[in-house]
Design a protein around this ligand. Structure first.
Ligand SMILES: Cc1cc2nc3c(=O)[nH]c(=O)nc-3n(C[C@H](O)[C@H](O)[C@H](O)COP(=O)(O)OP(=O)(O)OC[C@H]3O[C@@H](n4cnc5c(N)ncnc54)[C@H](O)[C@@H]3O)c2cc1C
Length: 488
């Protein structure tokens, strides 16, 4: 099962398939190595609705670059940031290898988003503004009809038509180097053995490390024990792509201490079993105490941080408590995807007993919360400013007293949608080493490419995969990285 190609792609999600198709379009012989079976191919992409932060098929959202730049790193040295005003080729090596959100990468992502959607449309993908589980939103989104699965189906079919060779149940494990240290292939394992060699320029598009408990504990600390991938596809992403490149001197990028977190009902085996009703109730920990403002902004702007905070609570668990007023919220059912019913009781004491929270503390928490609510107009589908007074932590919107049964509760834990830490790349998707030089023959795209810090710029990860996968495939062919290579 070994072979010689122009381009070898590890991973078969949106990034890997975009890379494979664009390289094959340019005439390259391409191999795709994929850990999963053909039926389960597609990693995270397979499970997502694939919302894209666009205001139309041609243009990204108005807040696109601004949001990225507001989350480009922590306490960045202004002297180094200033250097990015120069042409990228003139940046000093320490900036080329800097761990931050490179403005060149974001500029290219924004500029190429529209053309990349046009390219996907050429393979039969259609886009529309689909209804979402986010009933309050802070930005604009569109998505492919049929979600991520439609992207996988369309691009895999295109790749097959372009004679790309697929190797399923084949795991990329290490990079092979040529005489000058250039990357010339991948060592992989499969049923055929542990030393399969696929020669060619390499595009790493094999996801992050959300399926690797050891790496998550190493980077996130002990609370990682409470985190699981938000969908089945994440279990396949075990970090080899990132590790094998770091092993040969690639620079890291993206926040290795954070992940895109989603609040899920841990009892449910559904994909993305989200629970997004907390803006209309209160959140309490296992001891029955509130710990955060449940409604500081539209739900899409706050759920990630709330999920991360929940992860660090005792047991990595919280409960959202609502009363009958939840039924005043149109379509609230759309915001819960758990397969499990909520706990329901006519009294708060009965609810406390069911969820194993001390009844007296929960009663005191609700009493203090109710006392801090004020009269005003409840407008559930927009930020209504109906906040508490004199309560710590405050609740900033949709704060109505919790007084009417039936009371409902859902448990919430934090799921890892995808990891932030990955590889430092330039805007041609070439992987950069710790000294700011491109590693000849090595590219990364999708989650394997590190990009995000702090708050995730929502609905941009699929776009990142498509845009940089396509760029990587094209660049590997046009710039000769794909010339047939042999290992030393
Ligand atoms: C439920 C859910 C909802 C989401 N919603 C959105 C959304 O609305 N908008 C958005 O932008 N993002 C969303 N995301 C995130 C987004 O889907 C992913 O970050 C993105 O699709 C990742 O694409 P990728 O190609 O980098 O990785 P993946 O799609 O995960 O593909 C990686 C592939 O590599 C394979 N692989 C892993 N390791 C190896 C190896 N060593 N060798 C060979 N193959 C390997 C995997 O099996 C997998 O097929 C969501 C994710 C999930 C799970």
């Amino acid at each position: 099962m070994s072979g010689t190609y122009d381009v070898v792609v590890a991973g078969c999600g949106i990034a890997g398939l975009s890379a494979a198709v664009s390289a094959a379009e340019a005439g390259a012989r391409v191999a795709v190595l994929e850990r999963a079976t053909e039926e389960e191919r597609g990693g995270n992409t397979r499970w997502t609705e694939a919302f894209m932060r666009m205001k139309s098929e041609d243009e990204v959202s108005d807040d696109f670059e601004e949001h990225f730049m507001a989350n480009s790193g922590f306490h960045l040295d202004p002297g180094l940031v200033q250097e990015t005003m120069r042409a990228p080729e003139d940046w000093p090596a320490i900036v080329k290898a800097l761990s931050f959100t490179d403005p060149e990468l974001i500029g290219t992502l924004a500029a190429e988003a529209g053309p990349t959607l046009g390219w996907l449309k050429g393979y039969g993908v259609t886009f529309s503004a689909m209804p979402s589980y986010l009933i309050t939103q802070s930005t604009t989104r569109i998505s492919p009809v049929g979600g991520g699965q439609a992207l996988i189906d369309a691009l895999a079919a295109a790749a097959e038509r372009l004679s790309v060779d697929f190797f399923y149940e084949t795991t990329a494990e290490a990079l092979l180097l040529g005489t000058d240290g250039e990357v010339c292939g991948i060592r992989a394992s499969s049923h055929a053995g542990r030393n399969q060699r696929f020669m060619g320029a390499v595009i790493l598009a094999c996801g992050g490390f959300e399926g690797n408990a050891e790496m998550q504990a190493r980077y996130y600390g002990p609370a990682a024990r409470y985190i699981r991938p938000v969908a089945r596809g994440g279990y396949y992403n075990r970090g080899e792509g990132i590790r094998m490149a770091l092993d040969i001197g690639a620079a890291p990028c993206g926040d290795f201490s954070e992940y895109h977190a989603e609040p899920i009902d841990p009892r449910s085996g559904e994909s993305e079993a989200i629970v997004f009703v907390f803006p209309y109730g209160i959140l309490v920990d296992q001891n029955g105490r509130r710990f955060i403002d449940e409604a500081s902004d539209a739900v899409d702007a706050i759920y990630e941080n709330i999920s991360r905070v929940i992860n660090r609570l005792p047991g990595g668990i919280a409960y959202v408590i609502t009363d009958a007023g939840l039924d005043d919220v149109p379509n609230w059912q759309r915001t819960v995807r758990s397969s499990e019913k909520p706990f329901v009781a006519d009294t708060l004491d009965g609810l406390a007993e069911q969820i194993g929270v001390p009844a007296e503390t929960l009663a005191a928490t609700v009493e203090a919360f109710n006392a801090a609510t004020v009269d005003g107009t409840f407008r559930p589908l927009e930020k209504d400013g109906l906040g508490t007074r004199g309560l710590d932590p405050a609740k900033s919107n949709w704060a109505r007293p919790i007084t009417r049964g039936p009371y409902r509760a859902w448990p919430i834990s934090s799921a890892n949608c995808f990891t932030f830490g990955g590889l430092r790349c330039n805007s041609s998707a070439q992987v950069v080493d710790q000294s700011g030089r491109c590693i000849d023959g090595l590219y990364a795209a999708g989650e394997t490419m590190g990009l995000y810090y702090g708050r995730y710029t929502g609905a941009t990860s699929v776009l990142r995969g498509a845009v940089y996968g396509r760029i990587a495939g094209r660049h590997a062919v046009e710039h000769g990285a794909a010339a047939t290579r042999s290992a030393t």
